[in-house]
Each structure stands twice: as structure tokens, then as C-alpha cells.
Design a protein around this ligand. Structure first.
Ligand SMILES: NC(=O)c1ccc[n+]([C@@H]2O[C@H](COP(=O)([O-])OP(=O)(O)OC[C@H]3O[C@@H](n4cnc5c(N)ncnc54)[C@H](OP(=O)(O)O)[C@@H]3O)[C@@H](O)[C@H]2O)c1
Length: 262
């Protein structure tokens, strides 16, 4: 790459206003950092502000698993940035349970609110502005685990499966307005949330003595390592950039080859 090309690449998102949910750690923090480095203005949110919030990002404390949190976030986006060009719905996750029937009703609702409905609600508030400007890029962060629904996490993978289906429908609706909508599905990625939930799963497996539905999956990938937040962020950055201008309604699985599919 020539020097001119690399300078152009670092300015790739100059003038763009981005909103990334869950940007204080893990995958979200890496996406925020890369967007800032490439010249974007970035607003991010979490339930608590931490020292791992990337420097230069504007922070709004909000719980996107609630109606009021989503509304507060959309208002802040308008007040602080005057609108949004790029949205990355990244906040998500769930804790494991000892089988599908052990998942309490409120956890099903919580998983749907955070991993699916948060995106539906926020998109409904931000899409009108994008439609008016006839441009925009939306990313929904799902999970490669949708491909192997596992009993301890079924509330989570079912919500992410709904998110993927919704994402494709939204892409078709918004395509005539020049707005692109894509999904990124990470495999096992080394983040604080990912490590914590896998530890809880391992402890649960040991406690219950295993059994096919509850035993933790093999932790290897064909590429021989877990993903890094950076690996997922690079896929997100590509999909929201003009380099992906003919890509919409797609789902990019970034999993080191763990779940090959056609
Ligand atoms: N890591 C993996 O192995 C993996 C694999 C597949 C898919 N994913 C997906 O990738 C995304 C990011 O995962 P991660 O591993 O980077 O997670 P993480 O390390 O747990 O970070 C999650 C971020 O989201 C915020 N957050 C969580 N709940 C929130 C809420 N209700 N409202 C607002 N912010 C909230 C957290 O801050 P607060 O806690 O302060 O709110 C934090 O900033 C998630 O959608 C996850 O499902 C991850």
C-alpha cells in the first residue's frame, strides 16, 4: 500500500457519525477505537462507564435492553451528533442455564430485549433520519452459535436468530434509500463477557456431570485460536465502509472456520 493510500484509509470515516452500543469493552470497544482512528465521530453506550472506554468517544449511560434506554440513546445521538450515519448494534450476551427448560421466563424476555428488540427499537428511531439523507450503514452483531443451538444458551441463540432474520428484512426495506444493513456473527472471541460466560458454562458442566446437551463444546477452531476483538472489528469496519457498497442483507461469519457453511 502506498503512503497516499494509507492516509486515505485513515480518513475513511471522516465526517461520519457513528453509534456503537456496548463500546466500553470487548468487541464494541475495538469497533469504537477503529472508527475513531479512521476519523469518525463516535457515540457509545453501556450501563456503566469504565476506564476501558476508548479515548475520544462520547459516552451516554443507557441500558439498551429497555425502551427508555433506547429512547434516551436516540435523543442523545440527535443532540450530541445531529444524526447518525453508522449504527453498530453490538451490546448483547446472556448467561447459561442447565438446559432449555431451566431458562426462566424473565431470562427469555431479557435475552430478547437485549439481543434482538434493542436493535429493532433503535433502528426504528434512527432509520427515518438515514432515509431522509438517503444513506447509512447498520450492523447487527449476532453469533456464530446460532448455527448450533445449544441448550444452555437457547434464549440467547434464538434471540440472535431472530435478529439475523429481521436484519435481512430491514435490509430489503431500506435498500431503495441507499441504506445498507448487514450482520456480523462472531465465533468464540476473547472478551471479558465471552470469557465470563464460558467460565460459567464450564462450571455448570462440571457441576451437572456433563451430558450431551450441557457439555461445553470443543474449544478449538481450524485456525487454532480464539478470535480477538480486533478480528471482529475489522469485519464490521469493512461492512460499514464504502468498500462494501454492494453488500447488504448479508451475514459475515467471523469464527476462524469453526462453523463452515455454504
Ligand atoms: N465474545 C464472544 O465470544 C462472542 C461470540 C459471539 C457473539 N458475540 C456477541 O458480540 C457482542 C459483543 O460481545 P462481547 O463479548 O464483546 O461482550 P462484553 O465483553 O460483555 O461487552 C459487552 C458490552 O456491552 C455493554 N452492555 C451489555 N449489556 C448492555 C445493556 N443492556 N445496555 C447497554 N450496554 C450493554 C457492556 O457494558 P455494561 O456491562 O457496562 O453495560 C459492554 O460495554 C455481543 O452481541 C455478543 O453476543 C460475542
Amino acid at each position: 500500500m502506498t503512503t497516499t493510500e494509507s492516509i486515505e484509509r485513515t480518513q475513511e470515516f471522516a465526517g461520519k457519525r457513528a453509534l456503537v452500543t456496548g463500546g466500553t469493552r470487548g468487541i464494541g470497544a475495538s469497533v469504537v477505537r477503529h472508527l475513531l482512528d479512521a476519523g469518525a465521530e463516535v457515540l457509545t453506550t453501556a450501563r456503566s462507564e469504565t476506564s476501558t472506554l476508548p479515548q475520544g468517544a462520547t459516552f451516554v449511560k443507557a441500558d439498551v435492553g429497555t425502551h427508555s434506554g433506547v429512547e434516551a440513546l436516540a435523543s442523545a445521538a440527535q443532540e450530541k451528533l445531529g444524526g447518525i450515519d453508522i449504527v453498530v448494534h453490538n451490546a448483547g450476551g446472556a448467561r447459561p442455564y442447565e438446559g432449555v427448560t431451566a431458562i426462566p421466563d424473565e431470562e427469555w424476555q431479557g435475552a430478547l430485549d437485549l439481543n434482538y428488540l434493542a436493535a429493532v427499537r433503535l433502528d426504528a428511531l434512527l432509520a427515518p433520519g438515514m432515509r431522509e439523507r438517503r444513506s447509512g450503514a447498520i450492523i447487527h452483531v449476532s453469533s456464530a452459535a446460532v448455527l448450533t443451538p445449544l441448550a444452555p444458551y437457547l434464549h440467547y441463540t434464538a434471540a440472535k436468530a431472530a435478529l439475523e432474520n429481521y436484519s435481512k428484512g430491514l435490509a430489503l426495506e431500506l435498500a431503495p434509500f441507499g441504506i445498507r444493513v448487514n450482520t456480523v456473527s462472531p465465533g468464540r472471541t476473547a472478551t471479558p463477557g465471552g470469557e465470563e460466560t464460558r467460565k460459567e458454562w464450564a462450571e455448570m458442566s462440571a457441576r451437572t456431570g456433563g451430558g450431551s446437551a450441557l457439555t461445553q463444546a470443543d474449544d478449538s477452531t481450524p485456525l487454532g485460536r480464539d478470535g480477538l476483538p480486533e478480528d471482529i472489528a475489522q469485519a464490521v469496519l469493512f461492512l460499514v465502509s464504502d468498500r462494501a457498497s454492494w453488500l447488504t442483507a448479508s451475514n459475515l461469519v467471523v469464527d476462524g472456520g469453526e462453523f463452515p457453511r455454504g
